[in-house]
Ligand binder design. Structure first.
Ligand code: VAH
Length: 311
C-alpha cells in the first residue's frame, strides 16, 4: 500500500487520483486531518492522520503496512509567516516522524516535497543552480532546507530511499492552493472568469518559477519510478516548468478574455517573500538523471486552466 499524507491539499488531491489510476484504488490510502471531498476524486480508503501524533501514525502504519509514503502535509510560505513556530513544528517534526517510522516499519520509499523557497535573497536569481548560496528567510523556506539535509542524511546514514523535488509555484484547478506566495497564479484565473479582472498581490514585474499541476504530478511519479542508481541527488532536485510575471500571465489571459484587467495591491507581505526567491531555475540534474521534460508552457497552461474552470 501507498500512504499519501496531506491528501486533501493542492498536490495531494491530484496525486491520489493519479496513483489510484495507476495502482488499485484500495492500495492508495488518502490521509489527512480533514475529511476529503469524495465528489472530486475516485473513492478509496481514507484515514485521519496527524503527522505530529506518533500513536496515530503508528496505528495506521500497523494496519496498512505501507511500502511507500508521500508526506505532503505542510504549512506554506505566506501562512507560515503568520505562525512561524507552528510552521516549523509541522514541517520539521512531521518529516522527522515519517523518517523514523520509515526505518521502524521498513518502508521502501518515501517522497517529500521541497520548494524553490529554499533559495534566498543572496542566491543567484536567474537559472538558479542546484548548488549555490542558500539563505532562505522564510520559516517555510528554512524548514524545507533543513528537511532536505535530513533526507540526505537518512539516505546516507540509514540507506533510506527518499526522493524529493523543489517545486516551483503550482498552477491547478482541482483543489485550491494552500496559503503560498505563488497562489496569485491560480486566483487570477478564477477572477478572470468571474469578473474579467484581478487585483494582484505581487507586482507587475515579479517573475517566479511556475509549473502546471499535470507536469508536477507526472514528474513526481517519474522520479519515484526512476531506478535508484540513476539518482545523484538525495536532498531535493531543482525542478522547472516555466517562469513568468503577473503581466505576462495577464497578456496570455487576454488572448482568451480580451477585456481582462490586471491591477495591483501595494504593500502585501507576500511581495517581499517573492522578491527573495529565484526568477528561474536550472533543473539540469533532473533532466540528466531521470529525463525530466516539461510539457506545459504559459500558453498551454492558460488554455487548460480557463477551459476546466469554465466547466
Ligand atoms: C509557496 N507555493 O508559495 C509555495 C511554494 C514555490 C513556492 O513552495 O509557498
Amino acid at each position: 500500500t501507498i500512504l499519501v499524507i496531506g491528501a486533501n491539499g493542492q498536490i495531494g488531491t491530484e496525486l491520489v487520483s493519479e496513483l489510484r489510476n495507476i495502482y488499485k484504488s484500495d492500495q492508495v490510502v488518502a490521509c489527512d486531518i480533514r475529511r476529503p471531498d469524495y465528489d472530486t476524486r475516485n473513492a478509496g480508503p481514507f484515514e485521519f492522520v496527524n503527522v505530529l501524533d506518533k500513536e496515530n501514525l503508528k496505528e495506521v502504519c500497523r494496519r496498512y503496512k505501507p511500502t511507500t509514503i508521500y508526506l505532503l502535509a505542510a504549512i506554506l510560505s505566506a501562512t507560515g509567516e503568520q505562525n512561524p513556530k507552528l510552521a516549523w513544528d509541522l514541517n520539521m517534526n512531521g518529516l522527522l516522524n515519517i523518517l523514523d517510522f520509515a526505518l521502524e516499519f521498513n518502508i521502501k520509499k518515501i517522497y517529500w516535497p521541497s520548494s524553490i523557497a529554499v533559495f534566498g535573497p543572496n542566491s543567484p536569481k536567474d537559472h538558479t543552480s542546484q548548488y549555490c548560496v542558500m539563505d532562505p528567510n522564510t520559516v517555510y523556506g528554512f524548514s524545507k532546507l533543513a528537511g532536505e539535509r535530513w533526507c540526505e542524511y537518512y539516505h546516507k546514514k540509514h540507506g533510506l530511499d527518499i526522493r524529493s523535488l523543489r517545486y516551483p509555484g503550482l498552477i491547478s484547478w482541482k483543489a485550491a492552493p494552500g496559503g503560498g506566495t505563488t497562489d496569485y497564479a491560480v486566483h487570477i484565473f478564477h477572477d478572470a472568469l468571474k469578473k474579467s479582472s484581478y487585483n494582484s498581490f505581487l507586482s507587475a514585474e515579479t517573475r517566479l518559477p511556475m509549473m502546471y499541476m499535470d507536469d508536477a504530478i507526472r514528474g513526481t511519479i517519474e522520479l519515484m519510478e526512476a531506478p535508484a542508481d540513476k539518482l545523484t541527488i538525495r536532498s531535493s532536485y531543482n525542478f522547472a516548468g516555466m517562469d513568468f510575471t503577473p503581466e505576462d500571465l495577464a497578456a496570455e489571459i487576454r488572448k482568451h478574455i480580451p477585456e481582462f484587467k490586471l491591477s495591483y495591491i501595494s504593500n502585501d507581505p507576500r511581495q517581499a517573500i517573492a522578491d527573495s526567491w529565484p526568477r528561474s531555475i536550472d533543473d539540469s540534474f533532473a533532466r540528466n538523471d531521470w529525463n525530466w521534460k516539461t510539457r506545459f508552457d504559459i500558453a498551454k497552461t492558460t488554455e487548460e486552466m480557463l477551459l476546466h474552470l469554465k466547466k
